[in-house]
Ligand binder design. Structure first.
Ligand code: ABU
Length: 492
């Protein structure tokens, strides 16, 4: 029926209501079918194609843009194909990323957000969303343990940007003149972060004019945690060179190992040298909701700023990342066309001037709606379940033939194929061969589309699998499936 209908027939066209409703209902049908299949384990996680195959066009799915409008029938086919050739990140056997899953309430929140299609910069055009953001950030600060949930914060486009905010606010606190005069208004400033921390700290150093050479990497222990004495030694070294140690990032849940740096010991050092302490809890933040696991954040209330990504461990649809700390003044430009001081309401609710971007997507609603629907207790149960599943995997492969593990919170492991077993693990030949195992298995896994898990090298360690569980749909049987699949594909 939509074969002869084009975009110009939809609302706001006169009499466009019927075609609009029909089009949207058909789209909803496509989406609900996709959702249903995503949770069906007989559906593949992905139908992999190389970039050149997709660019050449697949059975009528053409990525090229056209000059003339296409029929809405074709637009619906394009929607279906877009999902068909994508990756089902909500599938119970998708373990590839820190952010996984498909939360139905969160999805509803995202649909509503797009329908409202507003901008977070002013209360004027996003009154309800701005208030939801304020209330939710306060609740998160209370969980961090800042007195009465005091402080500030903002939702930003991802953990890397949240971490960048932390560096900006540290610099503004200690050297406010940099905002107007540039870096020449400050001595040479140095940032400290773990060798296992997320690369965004180094990126922030480069992007903000510190220079990546002024981001000092800290040594870690066998579990990937910062060694506090190394931090202090490196601070003293920097001071001796006449530079200014400004900022320390403590990671709470490192990307690969899931390591938690000792926040209290790092906080003692920051206090001693009058430095800013940031906690990057992008991955681990959700643990603050768990009475059983929040002890890993011990000392977080002493931090000056915290990154926390609900789109990771807490399963909120992408994207949803918060930077918590005092932002006011740091980025404000008081643009007169947007942030007029003489509006009829309390303009402190025009929170957009704290951000480095102007237009800001509404990331809060889906999170707020999920919190309402689950309650804090629902998030807690989800976090505890994910950690129980990690423990299940850990126990399963700990003593199993053909596995070796660096032993960390995320379950990281090598699969040793039969052909390598018995070889000298310290020999160069073994290392070179083992380095190729995970990429090979991963490629076969993607070709067969049955499951997905990430791999990477780390320091001196050759490629190993990193298993992370944040997907609420995953069961023990999915963990079993993953291990069986690795063995099936790696047996050759
Ligand atoms: N921002 C880090 C995300 C990396 C991952 O999902 O593996």
């Amino acid at each position: 029926l939509l074969v002869f209908v084009i975009i110009l027939d939809l609302l706001p066209a006169k009499n466009g209501e019927e075609a609009t409703i029909q089009f949207l209902l058909e789209l909803v049908d496509i989406l609900t079918n996709y959702i249903r299949k995503t949770f069906d384990r007989s559906t593949k996680v992905l139908d992999f194609h190389h970039p050149h195959q997709l660019l050449e066009g697949m059975e009528g799915f053409n990525l090229e843009l056209s000059d003339q409008p296409e029929s809405l029938e074709q637009i619906l086919v394009d929607c279906r194909d877009t999902l068909k050739y994508g990756v089902r990140t909500g599938h119970p056997r998708f373990f590839n990323q820190l952010s996984t899953g498909l939360d139905i309430i969160g999805l509803a929140g995202e649909w509503l957000t797009s329908t409202a299609n507003t901008n977070m910069f002013t209360y004027e055009i996003a009154p309800v969303f701005v208030l939801m953001e304020q209330l939710t950030l306060k609740k998160m600060r209370e969980m961090i343990g800042w007195p009465s949930g005091e402080g500030d914060g903002i939702f930003s486009p991802g953990g890397a940007i949240s971490n960048m905010y932390s560096v900006m606010i540290a610099r503004y606190k200690y050297f406010p003149d940099v905002k107007t005069k540039g870096m020449s208004a400050a001595p040479r400033l140095v940032l400290f972060t773990s060798e296992h921390s997320h690369y965004s700290i180094k990126k922030a150093g480069a992007a903000l004019g510190f220079g990546s050479e002024n981001v000092v990497l800290l040594s870690t222990d066998e579990r990937g945690r910062v060694i506090p004495s190394d931090l202090e030694a490196k601070i003293l070294d920097v001071k001796q060179k006449g530079y200014h140690p400004l900022f320390v990032n403590a990671t709470a849940g490192s990307t690969v190992y899931g390591a938690f740096d000792p926040i209290n010991e790092i906080a003692d050092i920051c206090e001693k040298y009058n430095m800013w302490l940031h906690v990057d809890g992008a991955w681990g933040g959700g643990l603050l909701m768990s009475r059983k696991h929040r002890h890993k954040f011990s000392g977080v209330e002493r931090a000056n700023s915290v990154t926390w990504n609900p789109h990771k461990m807490m399963g909120v649809p992408l994207q949803c990342s918060a930077i918590l700390g005092i932002l006011s003044g740091c980025n404000s430009m008081c643009a007169g066309y947007l942030f007029q001081p003489d509006k009829q309401y309390d303009v402190s609710f025009d929170t957009g001037d704290k951000a480095i971007q102007c237009g800001r997507h509404v990331d809060i609603f889906k999170f707020w709606l999920m919190w309402k629907a689950k309650g804090t207790i629902g998030f807690e149960q989800h976090i505890d379940r994910c950690l129980d599943l990690s423990q299940y995997l850990y126990e399963k492969i700990r003593n199993r033939e053909g596995y070796e593990m660096p032993q960390h919170t995320n379950v990281c492991f090598w699969y040793i194929p039969p052909s390598l077993r018995g070889m000298d693990p310290n020999s160069q030949e073994y290392r070179e061969k083992l380095h190729k195992v995970a990429p090979k298995i991963k490629a076969l896994m993607m070709e067969s589309g049955t499951t997905m898990v990430g791999y990477q090298p780390q320091g001196q360690k050759v490629n190993f699998f990193r298993m992370v569980i944040s997907n609420p749909a995953a069961l023990q049987s999915d963990i079993d499936f993953l291990i069986d699949e690795i063995e099936r594909l790696g047996h050759g």
